[in-house]
Structures are given as C-alpha cells and as structure tokens.
Design a protein around this ligand. Structure first.
Ligand code: HEC
Length: 116
C-alpha cells in the first residue's frame, strides 16, 4: 500500500518537474537562467537576425529601428529587439521565433550585447 502511494507521488513529482521545465523552455523564453545558453553575437545572434529579420531590416530600411545588418546597429537596437522578439511582435507577419532563438537574443542583450 505504502509502496503504491510512494510510486504515485513519484510519478506526480516527475510529471510536475517535467512540465515546469517544458514551460520554462517552450513558453517562457523571456525568463530563466542563461547559464549554458550559447549567445555569441557572430555565431548565434547574427545568423538569427540574418535569417529572420533582414528581409525587412536590410540596408536602407526605415522600418522601426531601420537596418539591422552590422554589430553597431543590432547592438544599439538591442533592447528593442529583445522586447520585440520576446513579445512575438517581430518577426512581423510571421510566427514568433523558436523559444531557443528568443532565449539566445534575450541572453545576449541581458549580458550587455558583447561583440563576440
Ligand atoms: C515582414 C517585415 C518584417 C520582418 C520580417 C521583421 N520586421 Fe521588424 N519591423 C517591421 C516594420 C514594418 C516595423 C515598424 C513597426 C510596424 O509598423 O509594425 C518593424 C519594427 C521593428 C522594431 C521596432 C519595434 C518597436 O516599436 O520598438 C524592432 C525592434 C524590430 N522591428 C526588430 C525586428 C527583428 C529583430 C526581426 C527579426 C526577428 C524583425 N524585426 C523582422 C518589419 C519587419
């Protein structure tokens, strides 16, 4: 009897912890720990911007912060970029970025937009 109760409680706990992690990863890229998140400008952030943003924020763009092609432009617009992707406002007319990509951008901005 006790064994059964213990087993049931363990399963509940495992499910609960599993869901908590899922939520953090999938539903709340705006929060959570940045430990272990790869958030280099050149390797992580720039490719995401190139693939998802430069169609509308390329050279000569006047949309919002304008062009997002160089380190200085992207760094200067860092907080606006973070807010726009976390809220799903950007990319415009498209699904929000995958949670992992949003997290990389957030962690890069929160660490002071290093040029790395
Ligand atoms: C389909 C075109 C399009 C795409 C793709 C797009 N943007 Fe935009 N963006 C715009 C337009 C147009 C505006 C001007 C605001 C508006 O009218 O919605 C804007 C505004 C912004 C703003 C200013 C928001 C504010 O008011 O603070 C930011 C920051 C931004 N975009 C970042 C991004 C990032 C980062 C991406 C890629 C993840 C992206 N955009 C992808 C068209 C686009």
């Amino acid at each position: 009897m006790m064994k059964k109760v213990f087993f049931t409680l363990s399963v509940c706990l495992a499910v609960f912890i599993g869901c908590t992690n899922d939520k953090d990863e999938l539903l709340n890229p705006a929060g959570g720990d940045c430990t272990g998140v790869n958030a280099s400008f050149v390797n992580d952030v720039l490719p995401i911007i190139q693939a998802n943003c430069q169609g509308c924020h390329g050279v000569g763009s006047t949309n919002g912060p304008g062009q997002l092609t160089t380190y200085n432009e992207i760094s200067n617009a860092g907080t606006r970029i973070k807010n726009a992707v976390v809220s799903g406002f950007m990319p415009r007319n498209a699904a929000p970025l995958p949670a992992a990509d949003i997290r990389k951008i957030r962690c890069w901005v929160d660490s002071g937009t290093p040029n790395n």
